[in-house]
Every structure is written in structure tokens, then in C-alpha cells.
Ligand binder design. Sequence first.
Ligand code: C2E
Ligand code: CA
Ligand code: CA
Ligand code: CA
Length: 280
Amino acid sequence: AKHQGKGRFRVYTCAMDQRGAEQARVAADLRTALDTGQLHLVYQPIVDITDGSLHGVEALVRWDHPERGPVPPAEFIPAAERTGLIVPLGGWILAEACAQAVRWQRRLGAAAPETVSVNVSARQLREAGFADDVAAVLHRTGLPARHLTVEVTETAVFDGGAAVDALRALKDLGVAVALDDFGTGHSSLGLLRTCPVDLLKVDKSFVDTVTHGGEHAVIAAALIDISNGLHLRAVAEGVETAEQAAELRRLGYRYAQGYHYARPLPPDAVTALQTPAPAA
Ligand code: C2E
Ligand code: CA
Ligand code: CA
Ligand code: CA
């Protein structure tokens, strides 16, 4: 049995090395991508489902690889996190999203998205001076802090420490903090007492079953009660059908995001959404 164990261990190590090597390759490619403009951001509308108006947008990064074509973020963000490249990459994403938010404000005025959400990884949040870097980007782009939301996952903040300090510093700046994929982490509810949070993004997995009746909607229903009780906003993520949308409205959700409302869009398509069609 011991022998077998050893063998398994060797196989495991080898697989890990291969994965490490693959991630290093992806990260090197990604560095080039960042330097040569292969990356861009798309923006998914966050809708006020009480009246159908646009509330905000979430910035999502896209990579058009010259040979491989579009590479999904689920394939390269983990590699960027492992190698530390997420720090410069995330800095670029934040600056790009803030600059775009200012362009919308100039172009659309009051019809501009009220908030632009940017995903921030654990590694970025723990980087010394992260909140100062955010303040510098806001200053440089001219975006008022109240128009920026930072999305972090529960796992990024669950052990407290530097990450929570960073969130506090962001709140002091006036930036809103959202807990992403809420309900899927290890200590969701406890975090609400220790973390300075403004908004819960209720994970798609709870939205998927909301129309299945009976106990399937219990968690989505409980999460809206918790967020109301704590005076937090809640956004339902990954809404794909009119039935889900109707059920979420019935449960008292005000904000939602998902293919039912809109896919992630290039910046001009968001502008077009908010620009009244010229009279014929
Ligand atoms: P996330 O932050 O939870 O983002 C939501 C993901 O769900 C996006 O996938 C979005 O396109 C997708 N989505 C939205 N509505 C629907 C729907 O109705 N149905 C389905 N099936 N999917 C929907 P995407 O863009 O592929 O991003 C995947 C993940 O990669 C994100 O999950 C986030 O964790 C990460 N990511 C994306 N962009 C960034 C970024 O700029 N920085 C960082 N650090 N991570 C990012
Ligand atoms: Ca997110
Ligand atoms: Ca999410
Ligand atoms: Ca997710």
C-alpha cells in the first residue's frame, strides 16, 4: 500500500509540475498580450428589475489570442493569479474601466451607468498600497469614487488581515465593495459581520433553481432578507430566463444581471443602449 501511495504521489507531483509549466507559459503569453493590446474589456449591464433601467455595468476582461482566438478568463485569470501577473493586469483593467466610466459620463450624463464594477483578485487586494493605487487611478481618470464598485470573492477576504484592511481603506475613499459569488464560499454569513461590504452578488447557482418550486428557492429568498435586514444591496447573478426574473422580483430583488437582460457588451453597445434613437 505504501508503495502504491508513493507512486500516486509521484504522478500527482508530475501533474502539478505540468500544470505549473502550463500556467507559466500562459502567463508569459499574457504578459505579451498586455503589452501589445490583445486584451480588452466588455461590460455586462446590471439592471434595476423594478423598472428595467440600467443601474451599472460589470467590467469583464477578454483576450483575443492571435493564434488561439478568444481565450476565456477562467483559463488565464488563475494563471495570472498564480504567477503574480494579476497585479499589473488588474491595474490595467481598473484604469481602463475607470477611463471608460468617465467617457460614458461625458457622453451620456445622467444616463451613464451609475456604477462600474471591477473584479479584484485576492492577490491584488493583499498587495501593499492597493487602496492608494485605486485612489491614484480615480484621480488620474477623474472618476468620482462613488461610481466605482470593487468585486471580491469571499475566499479573498475570509481570513481577515490585509484584505479586510484594504476593503476598509477602499470604503474610506468612497468606493463600494461587493461580495462576489455570494453563498458559495466557506464563511459567507460570518463575513458579513467582519467585512465592510455594501453589496452581495448572489451566485448564479441559487438563481438557477429559483423557479423549481418548494425548497429550491429558499436560499435565494433568505439571501434577499439578509441583505435587506443588513441594509445591503443584492444583485442576482446569471439570470437567464423571464421566469427567473419574475420570481426574483416577487422575492423582492431589485438588481439583476444575466443573459436574459444582456450579454457582456463592448463599450459602444452600452452607449447605444442609453442613447435615445433619433426621431425619424
Ligand atoms: P464572475 O465575476 O462571477 O463574472 C460573471 C461571469 O458569468 C462572466 O463570465 C459572465 O460573462 C458570466 N455570465 C453573466 N451572465 C450569465 C448568464 O446569464 N449565464 C451564464 N452561464 N453566464 C453568465 P466571464 O466573463 O467568462 O468571467 C468568468 C470569471 O473570470 C469571472 O466570474 C471572474 O471571476 C473572472 N474575471 C473576469 N474578468 C475579470 C477581471 O477583469 N479581473 C479578474 N480578477 N477576474 C475576472
Ligand atoms: Ca464578478
Ligand atoms: Ca460572480
Ligand atoms: Ca463566478
